[in-house]
Design a protein around this ligand. Structure first.
Ligand SMILES: [Zn+2]
Length: 434
């Protein structure tokens, strides 16, 4: 098939890297936390004089500061900096600004939640630090990070990357300069796990050429959780079923009938456990199980056509949302084209003659009342999903990955709107029963 699509879509990418122990780095980070704590105390002493806290800005009641580096001139910050940098005359102000702003953000979020009544300065969390500015440069092969410091513009810390497996695949979607380095927007360092998560807006998603699609139908049933257009039927694995069962219990505890019984702290705890399940345990278990399956299904040139299901979507009771998210992540990491197919009639339509009737389907058995074609119902549906994808690809619809989530939604809406227009009914839908 001809590649119609624009092959590069702008997106925000994250690269998570495990960094090797580095004494220079550990020493530097300790001084960063030290300075942050000092800035925090200085800001706190003036908290009553704050009139407004913006994203990256504290506005002071009694004085106007014009430039973006106003903090250097603030009468209560200046002595802190003068004292802290007394042995340095070549200060790296972009790194310093990032440190100042990370304190400002802490105050903004505190004041937003608690008004301005603050007995003590905010204590700086020494587990993680976020550098929003262009602090890091990353090497194209992901082997090295160069970090600028606040102490000297010219001196950089070199960090070796330890774990080459972690998220390294995303690197191929980031534009590097001719020296093989990318200046990143910023990053978060987790001191406990030695991870550095870098983000960049200057990334793109690139798809491999598409020869054909494989379709997958998602089902609530445990036995035929995933049905593929190649005829393969895969049940939901026990490890994911166990997690979903736990989730069901959390949902029940949080449900209407327990509203009066479970309150306050207990409710908060259950909610936290539920969120952890959704954000951490289920995605992780899904990846572990699904990635090897996708490795086999999505050989070179094969793109993915995903079912979109709405049943149980609000509480995720059969794992479909984790399946879809996991598939999209895999495709993004591997440059595989993917569609989410809105599925009008996929379960009622005969894949052989395209005749649509409710009577075509009886449970797992599909028998077309028009042409007599027989198949497993879900296999027939998966084949229809594949057919939709082939059609969408032939009329040049963009993939469902790349770009931000708002964009994803607009793509689904566009596809749905496309099918609502009678002029756009694809050839495979022409024989709707009147
Ligand atoms: Zn038929």
């Amino acid at each position: 098939m001809i590649q119609f699509m624009s092959d590069k879509v702008k997106k925000t990418a994250c690269v998570k890297l495990k960094i090797k122990d580095n004494p220079e780095f550990v020493k530097y980070i300790a001084s960063v936390f030290d300075l942050m704590q000092k800035i925090s105390s200085a800001v706190h002493s003036e908290i009553l004089n704050i009139s407004n806290i913006g994203g990256f800005k504290l506005t002071w009641k009694n004085k106007e500061y014009k430039d973006a580096e106003e903090f250097r001139e603030l009468p209560f910050i200046k002595p802190v900096l003068d004292d802290f940098f007394k042995d340095h005359d070549n200060i790296g102000f972009s790194a310093l600004r990032a440190i100042y702003w990370s304190v400002v953000r802490m105050y903004r979020s505190y004041v937003g939640r608690n008004k301005k009544n603050m007995p003590l300065p905010i204590r700086v969390n020494t587990n993680a630090v976020a550098f929003k500015d262009a602090t890091f440069k990353i090497k194209e092969d992901g082997s090295q990070i160069i970090m600028s410091t606040m102490f000297d513009k010219k001196i950089k810390i070199k960090l070796e990357v330890d774990d080459k497996k972690s998220f390294i695949k995303n690197l191929k979607y980031i534009d590097f300069n001719d020296k093989g380095f990318k200046q990143n927007a910023g990053g978060i360092i987790n001191m406990r796990t030695n991870h550095l998560v870098l983000t960049t807006d200057d990334a793109y998603f690139e798809c491999q050429d598409v020869d054909s699609f494989i379709g997958v139908d998602i089902n609530m049933n445990l036995e035929n959780f995933l049905t593929w257009s190649d005829g393969d039927i895969i049940s939901r694995p026990k490890e994911i079923q166990d997690l979903l069962d736990k989730l069901k219990i959390y949902n029940k505890l949080l449900g209407k009938e327990n509203r009066a019984l479970i309150t306050g702290n207990s409710r908060t705890k259950i909610n936290k456990a539920k969120n952890r399940m959704h954000k951490r345990y289920l995605p992780k278990a899904m990846r572990k199980w699904l990635y090897p399956i996708l490795d086999k299904k999505l050989k070179k040139g094969i793109a993915l056509a995903l079912d979109t299901v709405t049943t149980g979507a609000t509480n995720g009771s059969f794992g479909q949302e984790h399946f879809i998210a996991c598939c999209k992540r895999y495709c993004e990491e591997n440059g595989i084209f993917v569609y989410e197919i809105p599925t009008p009639y996929t379960s009622q339509m005969c894949n052989e003659c395209n005749f649509i009737a409710k009577a075509n389907r009886n449970g797992d058995k599909f028998k077309c009342i028009e042409c007599g074609h027989e198949d497993h119902s879900d296999v027939n549906a998966a084949k229809n999903i594949k057919a939709y994808a082939d059609y969408l690809y032939s009329i040049n619809f963009e993939s469902h990955i790349g770009g931000n989530s708002k964009y994803h939604k607009s793509k689904s809406a566009k596809i749905k709107a496309h099918f609502r227009d009678p002029l756009n009914i694809p050839p495979l839908l022409l024989r709707v029963k009147s």
